[in-house]
Every structure is written in C-alpha cells, then in structure tokens.
Design a protein around this ligand. Structure first.
Ligand code: PLP
Length: 463
C-alpha cells in the first residue's frame, strides 16, 4: 500500500524541516531544535513506530486519549463510510444529521440519569469554553446574572484557549497573554504529597475542600456560578485526592447551590475503571466535559453533557454559541464506533479484572526504588513522585522539573513514553494493554529510573 503521507525525506531532513516551519505546543522551539524531536510514523496497539523503525511503548496513550489503542481498522472504516455519505454538515439552522443524533443519544445513555443533553465541540478546550458561557447563561436566565464567578483549582488543566486556559490553574499559562478572564477564582489543589505537610491525608482532604466553602462565603453565594474540577488532575501530575475530598466538595456545592462541572476529558471512557471518573469518586455533576477518550483520539471531538435542569433553562433562550465543527459527522461516527468497541469488546471488564489490578501491583512496587516517594494509581492513570528523601517527602534542590526531565529522557532512550510533570512521572497507557506489555512497561521504567539515578548522582543533583 502506498503511504498516504509522502515521505522521501530522511529523519534528519524531517527534523530540519520541522524546526524551520513547525511551531510545537507547550515547547521551547529553540531548545527542541538542538535536541531534535522523534518522528512518529505509525502505531499498533500500545506500540508506536518511529522513522528509524524503533518500537516505542506508549505509556501515555498519546495525550491520554488513545484508549482502544492504535491501528483499529473499524474506526478507519467508520470514518471512510461517513466521509463518503456525508463528510460535513452543520446543526446550526434547523438541521441535524444521523451521527450527531446517534452520538448524543448514546452519551445520554452512558452518563448518569440526570445528564441527557449534549452540546458538541471539537476539543476539550472548546467544550470548557462552552461550559463557562453555559453556566453563566444558566444563572442569568434564572434571573441571577451576578452569579458569574467560576471557581477552579491551582494546577488544574482545563485547556489552552483564553476561556479554558483561565479555568486552568497553571501559572505558566497565566503569565502569557493576559489570562485569566474576569471572575475566575482558583483554590488550592488536594495534593497531599507535596502540600499536605504534617496533616493526615484525610484531614488535609477536608481542609482543601473547605477552601471552596471559604471562597464562596468570601464572594457571596449570590456571586458564584460553578466549581469546575477534574476527578483526577491529569496534566497536573495525576493528583489523586485523598479520601473524603469529593464528598465534602459535593456537600458544599449542594449547600450553596453552585453548579458542579466535572472535567472528564481524561477520566471519561474507562480511564478510572468506570465510564466516568464521577462514578469512581461518587460525584454528581451538573455538567460533564468529555473529549480525548470519546473518540480514542482518532478524530477531534468533545462535548458538554448537561443536566435536565440546565438543559431546560438554556432551551428557553437562544444560546448564541457554537462551532462550525460542533458534532462533525465524521468525528461523531468515529466516536460512536469507538464506544461500540469499548462496549462490545468489554474493555472496562478487561481494565477492572485484568489490566488495572496487575498494573496497580506492578506500579506501586516502584515505590521501593530509591528515587520514588509515593506511587499511586487509580484504574489506568498513575503517577510517582520523585524525591531524594522519602521520609520527609522533600523535593529535589534542583529547579522543579530538572529531575523529572532526566527521567523522562531516560524513558525515551529505553523506548518508553512516560511523561514528566515537574518532578512527578505519569502514565496512562491504552486500556487494552496486555499483562506482558505491562511487564515491559515496568521493566523499562525501572531501567530508566536506575540510569537516571546514576546520572543524577554523577551530575551532583542528588540532594
Ligand atoms: C486535555 C484536557 C483538556 C483540553 O482538551 P483539548 O482537546 O486539548 O483542548 C481539558 N481538560 C482536561 C482535563 C484535559 O486533560
């Protein structure tokens, strides 16, 4: 078969051209130029193939999205058929189409009972932008336009557009381009390992949840529209809140009549062992954001799934919002096929009965490594905290991220994709990973940690 993307260039030439013309997201271009990106040319299952023919185990499912793995021909076929039949149409002006109708109904079926209406977008960022406008419009329509503050968390990730980037609690993002937009407030994250001090995890969890209550009281309940959070913070380093956190958050949102928006862009579609992270942590959201695993990344598609109450109110007005590609037929058809695969192949059963228990046992054993403090995992997303002093949960003296990057580079050298977030290492492999592949993942992670440990000692960074 003729390759679709013509390549008559060497790896070196591809890298040169990349550096001349391609600006990468969240990357320092000049640094990348000197270090050279790997050129990924294909994938099968949990494996990536690069332009040198190396096979790399993808411990990150791309960017937390390729839940069913690479190379699924059913998804290709769904796209091909839909492109042939109706490659594009919109749903703006009194029209609809079969893929949007079917996917919306399917999402209503999969989500908890009170969530039955869907607003489509093409990315998690866009869907969260929709949520900002939807939550504020909801209160305005109910005669409370002053209820416009949205509370989010430091070190959360909700996207990179001006709106969703404002919700995101990452200082590096806020220092560029004049973010956040008005009426976004950030509270502290439930990261016990780094910020818990002498508190017991459960005590810390409740204290951090109650910051939400303090902020609501400070601004006044009549000013606050919503609280938004990821069930597990993904890009922030797979931060799993200690027990008790979510129950307290739920109580506060209920007591003060604040909408709870669960950003399930990573946690959705099986990542935590349930269809949604909200089910894993017993959260009852008013709006759920989905993207990534919705199509296993094969097509850009996202959605805000909203409660009957919100849908009822929003439906009374003309909601002046939407994207050219909202509910794009090809993307929706691929998402439907992806959901069919998850259901018919019982991928969640594989996660719960095979992959997650096995991965958990092997992943937590990394806690014995001299460099690893906590090793935590829920379902198929986990993290390890790197430390020179486990006892005191101390950070490295070097600038945050220095050690993480060394470990990341060592993983890459061992043909394993594991991402670093500061000095935490994170994984989120495809849900279909087999136990033999988990063994390889752990084996390579240990080799990478060992080599990084030697390098850190040699470079006198072990302190
Ligand atoms: C990736 C991510 C987003 C943003 O999604 P994009 O498709 O990159 O815009 C939003 N929220 C969470 C939790 C994410 O992980």
């Amino acid at each position: 078969m003729k390759p679709f993307t013509r390549n008559c260039m060497t790896t070196f030439e591809l890298q040169e051209s990349d550096s001349d013309h391609h600006m990468h997201p969240f990357t320092c271009g000049s640094k990348l130029q000197s270090r050279r990106p790997r050129v990924v040319v294909g994938g099968r299952g949990v494996w990536l193939i690069d332009s040198e023919g190396e096979e790399i185990l993808d411990g990150m499912s791309g960017l937390w999205c390729v839940n069913v793995g690479y190379g699924r021909t059913e998804l290709v076929e769904a796209a091909r058929q839909q492109m042939q039949e109706l490659p594009y149409y919109n749903t703006f002006f009194q029209t609809t189409h079969i893929p949007a109708v079917s996917l919306a109904a399917k999402l209503a079926e999969l989500t908890p009972d009170n969530l039955n209406k869907v607003f489509f977008a093409s990315s998690g960022s866009e869907a969260n932008d929709t949520n900002i406008r939807m939550a504020r419009t909801y209160w305005a329509e109910r005669g409370k336009p002053e209820k416009s503050i949205i509370i989010s968390r430091k070190n959360s990730y909700h996207g990179s557009t001006v709106g969703s980037g404002s919700l995101s609690g990452m200082t590096a993002m806020h220092s560029q381009g004049g973010l956040p937009i008005p009426d976004i407030v950030h509270i502290n994250q439930p990261d016990w390992w780094s910020e818990g001090g002498d508190m017991a995890p459960e005590e810390f969890a409740v204290a951090r949840a109650r910051e939400l209550e303090s902020v609501i009281i400070k601004h006044g309940e009549n000013r606050v529209a919503a609280f938004v959070a990821e069930p597990i913070q993904g890009a922030g380093g797979v931060i799993i809140a200690p027990d008790g956190y979510w129950a307290e958050i739920q109580r506060i949102c209920d007591d003060y009549e604040i909408l709870l928006i669960a950003d399930e862009v990573i946690c959705g579609f099986g990542r935590t062992g349930n269809w949604f992270g909200s089910q894993t942590f017993k959260i009852c959201p008013d709006i759920v954001t989905v993207a990534k695993g919705l199509s296993s990344g094969y097509q850009p598609i996202a959605a805000s799934i909203v409660s009957d109450e919100i849908a009822h109110v929003i439906d009374q007005c003309e909601f002046s919002h939407g994207y050219t590609y909202s509910g794009h037929p090809v993307a929706a058809a691929v998402a439907l096929e992806n959901v069919r695969i998850l259901e018919e192949e019982k991928v969640l059963d594989h996660v719960n009965q095979v992959a997650a228990p096995y991965l958990k046992a092997r992943w937590t054993s990394l806690g014995d490594h001299p460099m690893v403090g906590e090793a935590r995992i829920v379902g198929m997303m986990g993290s390890i905290a790197l430390t020179p002093d486990k006892e005191n949960r101390a950070p490295f003296a070097a600038q945050t991220g220095t050690i993480g990057e060394i470990v990341r580079d060592q993983c890459f050298a061992h043909n394993l994709v594991m991402r670093h977030v500061g000095d935490r290492m994170v994984i989120a492999p495809p849900l279909i990973i087999r136990t033999e592949e988990i063994d390889i993942l752990i084996e390579r992670a240990v080799q990478a940690l060992d080599d990084a440990w030697k390098q850190i000692k040699k470079e006198d960074l072990w302190r």
